[in-house]
Design a protein around this ligand. Structure first.
Ligand code: DP6
Length: 352
């Protein structure tokens, strides 16, 4: 008996130009383009196994060993349905292929990063889900094509199908067919950039990205300014900075965009606060670190960015990472530098 099963994994990505706002909530079409760095291959990944079997009664999914409901018409069901549709097209074209699109699937997904890292796992999770179904169904599709489907699981997931520096082009079409991810540059283009993750809190965030960004779209006037007058130029400039390996420009834009994202969260009614006092103290530390470097005739040495939570991600050239960890441990005495079994380098327990 043939077993139809495939296992694939996908990493987490952290945005430098933030996705925040949907123009279509069902298809997950964004109000602006975004750009991220996919974290290194072995760190912070979701690994997913999919199996199709005629004896299964229905589609089922387990996340870190716990079964999740696959709601009809929901994001998981949409991704599975879309992938199955692509397989069915292949089977229609080639009668020799086994008709596995008709079999229910069982899917099991695990994250290799400690839950304590407090990092969003929907990006790596949906990217790994789509990649594993593509392998199961032996679909000859490229990553941008698959990103159209991962996007419908979680917007930021579309960027995790590529490594390195990745842009999600917002697109213009109502059907979403031009809203997909493309690689700006592979990781090898700029291996010197490292990401340091400072775990400020591993509490579950108060306002989810999905509901928070919807409220911002409905109430923030600042978001309208951001969409029209800020992001298009930043996308252009940061892409050029990446291609030129210009850390100074990359860092400046990354920090400005993190600040503006948190400003639109504050401009939402009622306001949303994702950073806390410790997050703001880390910003002050990086600002001072950069100020001293520039005052001494140098360039920016680090860039902070924050997603929908208080944890800091600091991008910096490799040579500065040790110094930055030492600074954090010095100013946040409860912080411990850690290197987990997967080689993730960060600090945890960063408290004021
Ligand atoms: C702040 O991709 O989690 O991390 O599409 O509703 O699932 P949904 O939202 P999600 O939002 C991510 C928001 C962000 C910025 C980013 O990753 O670009």
């Amino acid at each position: 008996m043939t077993v139809y099963q495939a296992t694939t994994s996908a990493p987490v990505n952290i945005a430098c130009i933030k996705y925040w706002g949907k123009r279509d909530t069902k298809l997950i079409l964004p109000t602006n383009s975004s750009l991220s760095v996919t974290l290194d291959q072995d760190h912070l990944r979701s690994t997913t196994t999919s199996r199709a079997d005629p004896s299964f009664k229905k589609d089922r999914l387990w996340l870190n060993g716990e079964e999740e409901e696959i709601k009809e018409g929901g994001r998981l069901a949409t991704c599975i349905k879309e992938m199955r549709g692509l397989r069915r097209q292949l089977e229609d074209q080639d009668a020799s292929l086994p008709k596995i699109s008709g079999y229910p699937v069982h899917i099991s997904s695990r994250n290799n990063f400690p839950t304590a890292a407090g990092l969003a796992s929907s990006a790596s999770g949906f990217a790994a889900l789509v990649a594993s179904l593509a392998a199961l169904y032996q679909l000859p599709t490229d990553a941008s094509r698959l990103s159209l489907i991962a996007r419908q699981g979680s917007g930021s997931a579309c960027r995790s199908l590529f490594g390195g520096f990745v842009a999600w082009q917002m697109g213009e079409k109502a059907d979403g067919s031009d809203s997909y991810a493309v690689q700006v540059a592979p990781r090898e283009h700029w291996p010197d950039i490292h990401a340091l993750i400072c775990v400020v809190s591993d509490d579950k965030k108060g306002t989810s990205s999905t509901s928070g960004m919807q409220r911002t779209v409905e109430t923030s006037t600042l978001l309208q300014h951001r969409i029209k007058h800020v992001v298009p130029e930043r996308m252009q400039k940061i892409s050029e900075a990446i291609l030129a390996r210009d850390f100074d420009t990359f860092a400046r834009i990354t920090m400005q965009d993190s600040n503006q994202f948190h400003a639109v969260a504050l401009d939402t009614d009622p306001p949303i606060f994702y950073m806390n006092d410790v997050s703001r103290s880390i910003i002050a530390l990086i600002v001072e670190y950069n100020r001293v470097a520039v005052a001494n005739g140098g360039k920016l040495k680090a860039a902070y960015t924050y997603d929908a939570g208080p944890n800091a991600v600091i991008y910096a050239p490799k040579e500065n990472i040790k110094e930055i960890v030492e600074l954090i441990v010095k100013y946040f005495p409860q912080a411990e530098a850690f290197k987990d079994p997967f080689g993730l380098f960060g600090t945890q327990g960063v408290k004021g």
